[in-house]
Design a protein around this ligand. Structure first.
Ligand code: AHR
Length: 502
């Protein structure tokens, strides 16, 4: 048994929680779109061809913003292919994922889907093979009220009102040699700045995300951010981060600690942004868009190079375990702990492709293990993120050295008075006895308590056993003498809602 403690005090705040932290990502990759969110002919399909079962799960997941259409896919994409009458749309080769793209789903369908799901669209423009003009054209098609060729084309396609998309990514992972149209930092920085200026001329409301590094391990990481922002700082609002983690060589302890890397990555990108802020004597503080993050077993994916040309191939349909869900919980906590600088975050991807939602064509949809921490955090995190510094014993990891066994954050909703506490115990062996000082928040009682853990950390959900892993009601959490006391089982995700009113 280990002991850990923390103090919650509404006087100490990280920042307001932006709902955009609970974003997701729909890429034309594998079966994320086709037979994922979109499957005309499925028993649950809406008249538009959207899978109603997936829509319901997306709503339950609580996603706020959805990035589209890629990913690597966007760097070879012509947005015009995905609008207007479906039978006139071209079938193309998708070079990023070596797939055949029918374009039966495109911008017009995606915007309709976001309305049905009740989420905000976040669009990426192609800065791989295309440039300033095509990006400005896309903003005109999407956002201009009417009276011009492209805005009238949107109307002709059935959308009288503008789509009013405000959040836009200036390309995707253009630092990566794998990217179609890969660029140097100078080339991309110039292009991003000029594209941003043109997009803003079409619609001054747009909020723009410049591509940061594809991952923290890129040889150009740090310098890429400096050079890109040297060109684009005044013209963009966010810089992106992407990170995927997996268990390496059976080292569960290191994998459970991988949020340490995410945490350091965020700190370093903040430093890179603020370095350019200082160089430019700017008063603007850039925010971060962590617009791809998740667990992804990349070792199991041989890449797309040798795949046959197919429509909607089964790509990276990882089946997630209890341990993966606990790790995803630790990433959510890490993102919330940086709510002062991280304004957008998108779990990659929504359905099938390393997604929290899995589907079978013509068959069921179900929740993967990683669905649960996301859905609970999105539902219960409200208001402001409190600055909490838990004190916990550490354990040794091969990848990160000594790491705290507990990662924890809390939110405080001033309106309702509710406090939500999210905690992960990373220890594979020890239960943690947790004491949380609540003297600055008197009158709270435990209103909800959920725990996701399992004797078998490798257990997962499947089409035949979709509820094998799910959170259970927690037991034994008490508030007394100004202290919340609870036990965190080994390898567990724990959520409490504390309320003065229920
Ligand atoms: O999410 C899968 C891929 O990972 C995305 O297309 C790309 O941006 C990243 O490398």
């Amino acid at each position: 048994m280990l002991n850990a403690r923390a103090t919650l005090d509404p006087a100490f705040v990280v920042g307001d929680l932006d709902r955009r932290l609970f974003g997701s990502f729909v890429e034309h990759m594998g079966r994320c779109v086709y037979t994922g969110v979109f499957e005309p002919g499925h028993p649950s399909a809406t008249p538009e061809g959207f899978r109603q079962d997936v829509l319901e799960l997306a709503r339950e997941l609580g996603i706020s913003v959805v990035r589209y259409p890629g990913g690597n896919f966007v760097s070879g994409y012509r947005w015009e292919d995905g609008v207007g009458p479906v039978d006139e749309r071209p079938t193309r080769l998708d070079l990023a994922w070596r797939s055949v793209e029918t374009n039966a789903f495109g911008l017009d369908e995606f915007v309709e889907w976001t309305k049905a799901a009740g989420v905000e669209p976040m669009l990426a423009v192609n800065l791989g093979t295309r440039g300033v003009q095509e990006a400005a054209d896309l903003v005109e098609y999407a956002n201009h009220p009417g009276g011009t060729r492209l805005s009238d084309l949107r109307k002709k396609h059935g959308a009288e009102k503008p789509y009013d998309v405000t959040l836009w990514c200036l390309g995707n992972e253009l630092d990566g040699p794998w990217q179609i149209g890969h660029k140097t930092a100078d080339e991309y920085g110039r292009l991003a700045a000029e594209t941003a200026k043109a997009m803003r001329l079409v619609d001054p409301r747009v909020e723009l995300v410049a591509c940061g590094s594809s991952n923290r391990g890129m040889a150009t990481f740090g310098e890429w951010e400096r050079v890109v922002l040297d060109h684009a700082y005044d013209h963009v609002d966010y810089i992106s981060l992407h990170a995927y983690y997996e268990e390496q060589a059976g080292d569960l302890g290191s994998f459970l600690a991988s949020a340490v890397d995410m945490d350091a990555f965020i700190d370093e990108v903040v430093a890179a942004c603020d370095h350019v802020k200082a160089l430019h004597r700017s008063s603007k503080r850039l925010r971060l868009s962590f617009d791809e993050w998740n667990v992804w077993y990349q070792q199991r994916f041989a890449g797309a190079a040798n795949l046959p040309w197919e429509e909607r191939p089964r790509l990276i349909e990882d089946e997630f375990s209890v341990a993966d869900a606990v790790v995803v919980g630790s990433y959510l906590i890490t993102l919330m702990r940086h709510a002062d600088r991280v304004g957008v975050a998108c779990q990659a991807q929504l359905a099938n492709v390393i997604g929290p939602i899995r589907t079978e064509p013509g068959g069921p949809a179900w929740r993967q293990t990683i669905f649960w921490p996301f859905a609970q955090a999105a539902r219960l995190a409200r208001g402001r993120v409190l600055r909490v510094e838990p004190v916990a014993p550490s354990y040794d990891t091969a990848a990160y050295g000594p790491v705290d066994a507990v990662v924890l954050t809390a939110t405080h909703d001033e309106e309702s008075g509710d406090v939500a506490v999210f905690a992960v115990n990373r220890s594979t062996t020890d239960e943690v006895r947790m004491a949380v000082d609540l003297r600055a928040l008197p009158g709270l009682r435990v209103a909800e308590h959920h725990v996701l853990t399992d004797d078998d950390v490798r257990a997962s959900n499947s089409a035949t056993d979709p509820d094998r892993v799910r959170p259970r009601a927690g037991a034994g959490a008490t508030v007394g003498d100004g202290t919340l006391r609870l036990r965190l089982p080994p390898v567990s995700w724990n959520v409490l809602r504390l309320s003065a009113s229920d």
